[in-house]
Design a protein around this ligand. Structure first.
Ligand code: GLP
Length: 246
């Protein structure tokens, strides 16, 4: 896994946008897996400003949301799909039908996971997976302990993950305990992987990730087994690292 340190979140966004645009330049209808969370927001804003300036065209890209909550009565405004529509799809003037996501309301999560895997396969697999990382090392909703061979499916969320997502829910909506997530095996099959992390709160987990051998207790470390993965962080997230390689 390559390790790149940029000055701050804006530089991380610029580097990630360059990487994304290299993929899209080669393949305008590229298949991209994308995260929610606060980390990718500067990237999405940058992409939107370039689309609005007419300097890039993302209209043919197929977007796959990495994960979603699983809660049968979740209001639409509390879903990751809604967040991606607001932060990425609308500002980049994209068609909502180009965003593929897991449905949190389904009665059978395993059937929904199989549908999603089939949708990824039907477009030829993921060209670039952009991942955030949780402070416990999760990628998408693959919490510590998730086997590396796990494909898309239902995940029990750790308490810390539930708390860190609590701001998405109004007081009358109970924060979900479960998520639906692309699997680690699914992500390892992406042709390219880019993990992004910014800010002090990620310093400890990035230092662990840099040191760690691939092991399910740190899900992001699975990406060290990927032949074309990059860990792209800002100087705050790199602050506790002792070495320059990941
Ligand atoms: C969330 C999401 C992940 C995201 C991660 C980090 O729980 N399920 O897809 O990458 O946590 O979020 P943030 O970027 O806000 O730190």
């Amino acid at each position: 896994m390559r390790f790149r340190v940029e000055t701050g979140p804006q530089e991380v966004a610029e580097r990630a946008a360059d990487e994304l645009m290299r993929v899209v330049a080669r393949k305008p209808d590229a298949v991209l897996a994308v995260p929610t969370g606060s980390t990718p927001l500067p990237l999405y804003r940058l992409l939107a400003s370039r689309v609005q300036a007419g300097t890039i065209d993302l209209s043919l890209v197929r977007w796959f949301a990495l994960d979603e909550f699983f809660a049968p009565s979740l209001p639409y405004e509390c879903t990751f799909r809604y967040v991606l529509e607001q932060e990425l799809i609308k500002p980049c003037r994209l068609k909502e039908s180009n965003l593929h996501s897991l449905n949190p309301l389904v009665p059978d999560p395993e059937l929904e996971a199989a549908r999603f895997e089939a949708a990824i396969a039907s477009v030829g697999g993921i060209d670039l997976a952009i991942l955030g990382v949780g402070t416990n090392g999760h990628i998408a909703f693959n919490e510590p302990g998730t086997p590396f061979h796990a494909r898309t499916g239902l995940r029990k969320l750790d308490q810390g993950t539930i708390l860190s997502n609590a701001h998405l829910f109004p007081p009358w909506v109970q924060a979900p305990n479960f998520g639906l997530s692309m699997g680690i095996a699914t992500l390892l099959e992406a042709r390219k992987v880019l993990i992004i992390a910014t800010g002090d709160s990620k310093a400890d987990i990035i230092a662990r990730l840099v040191q760690h051998e691939p092991s399910p207790d740190l899900p992001a470390s699975a990406m060290k087994m990927h032949p074309d993965a990059t860990l792209l962080v800002d100087s705050s997230a790199a602050a506790a690292c002792k070495t320059g390689t990941a």
